[in-house]
Design a protein around this ligand. Sequence first.
Ligand SMILES: [Zn+2]
Length: 124
Amino acid sequence: MTILTDTYRRARKSWRCYECPRRVQVGESYHLQTVAESGSVSTYRTCEQCQVLRGILAADFDFGFAEEGFLLDECLRDWAETRGLSAMRVYAWWRRQWRDRHGVRLPVERLHTLLPDEVLALAA
Ligand SMILES: [Zn+2]
């Protein structure tokens, strides 16, 4: 596997997030990665919130996310159950594609405040 592109972009059109999978709106920042593997190129676009969550989980050694690099529902739920209430809240936000019941998107800055202290300490 070869990573061809690994960068942040501002959306000029609406993309589907590979992880949650909500639609990234025009003007939002997202993470873009293109990967060459077995003769084909894959493109992965990830919303800011999922990218933050990926970073946290990659730094949380007990969960070995660094190898896969992608969020899987089952793994994420295991992580949340192990890390406690605030992690469960983050998991619930992820399941709802980062939107509250009125459809308002969770700002990335708020996501940081929701993360459990012990998890933030791991990622520091
Ligand atoms: Zn996402």
